[in-house]
Ligand binder design. Sequence first.
Ligand code: FAD
Length: 482
Amino acid sequence: MNTYEEQTDKDTAMEMVLQAPREIPVRGEYDVIVCGGGLGGTAAAVAAGRTGARTLLIERNSFLGGVATAGMCCSIFNCYYTSEGQLGTTGIAVEVADKLAESMGYGRKWHKHKGHIIYDIERGKQVLQDLVVDAGAELLLQACVAGAVVSDGALDGVVVETKSGPQAIRAKVVVDATGDSDVAARAGARVRVIEKGVHSLCFRLGNVDVDMFVDYFREHPEQFPEYMDVDWTLPEALAQYDECGTFLFPHGGGMQMDAFKQAKANGDLPSSIGIQDTTDACQMHALRQTGIVHVITGFTHFNGLDPELISRSITDGRHMAFTVADVYRKYLPGFADAFVAGTAANLGVRTSRCLDGDVVFTADMMQAGVRQPDAVGRAVGWDHLVKHPGPKAWGVQACREAPFDLPYGCLLPREVDGLLMGAGRSISTNNPSLLRVMVHTMVVGQGAGTAAAVAAKTGATPRQVDLGVVQNELRRQGVDLD
Ligand SMILES: Cc1cc2nc3c(=O)[nH]c(=O)nc-3n(C[C@H](O)[C@H](O)[C@H](O)COP(=O)(O)OP(=O)(O)OC[C@H]3O[C@@H](n4cnc5c(N)ncnc54)[C@H](O)[C@@H]3O)c2cc1C
């Protein structure tokens, strides 16, 4: 078996001991390795596999999905359609939503509605792994990418920590879809750390009478926060529930509801629990079929790479879940017999570290009519507009009138070749929130995976790859770039 010497630039004595060069067995060699199996990484692996590259997807958890499963955020913000009602996002992002909806039994009906596409997390895990395997890619689960092997300015492979100890895996091209730019940072690419990201530990409640909960709003429409977080009205939310069995109570909406105001006034709902604040934001994703409601409430604010604060955010978040569940049982119709059916396996990190590359993606690039000659994706963007009339109004994510182009350049690190960014929040950008939502990260992943595969198959590096060939391959895979 070949071996690698893992590279290290640590400088304290103890670190030198811990990180001393080790003989690391080489586990295998691939055309493309995708690191991180969230929605971005899943799309990248599927695209690379379908392009005919020998592909490996490495994920630290025992299942795919990242924030969309391990983070218990099971609702895809519907930025598929423009405000003019045109389908502006195509490709794997649509396929994933269709398959998730199909697994829930409501098929393509979501296309008629504006609300998020809400799905069951366990089915989600299966849908995603099947997509990857069917595309011909291999999966390596419960393996954490812990190092990068760089030679002559190009990434040669990665080192993964497994139960058998560290293993090196070689690749012609690596896609970093860890969301936290772990590979880029370890490979020495220039990155930016977001010192105060906003994070949430999501949880879910079981045994909810979802019909009773939704009927409460039919009888008390003034309690539903229209035009908050989601650009829609109660009748639109109810129409989606009646047809798909999924109901979205918008983020920040809890602050508008009498039930939560009453709970706060009675001292049952503290404003903060440990470092978790805004405990009454209460976004809810309700599924009639399973009687489960997912809750996103409470925020923590810190550098999302800090291990101590991650731990604190999770432990405080777990306390918060049980306190909030008590409030729901006492104050919310339909929740009398609800219980905490789970807290998220991973903290939901919104932004942490992104690339600082040659091309910087900015909000201006999302304006109508701005085209990019090196586009490797096209999707509908959103504006943050305040439309709710209440005093605690939050902005709505309002879809724009035309799609934008994703420039290839913002996936490319300047210092290291052989590497592409494959997650929306970690591309080179001045605002990592611009493309962090699920649809956008899948568009980024598909662009990165396709380019990586074309580069590997044609013997080019990501910097030299023929973008005309990449764009044609994307078109062949159903992406409308035109
Ligand atoms: C609390 C919260 C609420 C949100 N709400 C919505 C919403 O309602 N609608 C919406 O569309 N979007 C929402 N988003 C945004 C969206 O969910 C996420 O940004 C998106 O799912 C991220 O996908 P990703 O693949 O880019 O990253 P991630 O989901 O973070 O995937 C990264 C993957 O890489 C793995 N990984 C990380 N490091 C390593 C490593 N070193 N080795 C191996 N594996 C590794 C992780 O386990 C994970 O599976 C929300 C985000 C958060 C945090």
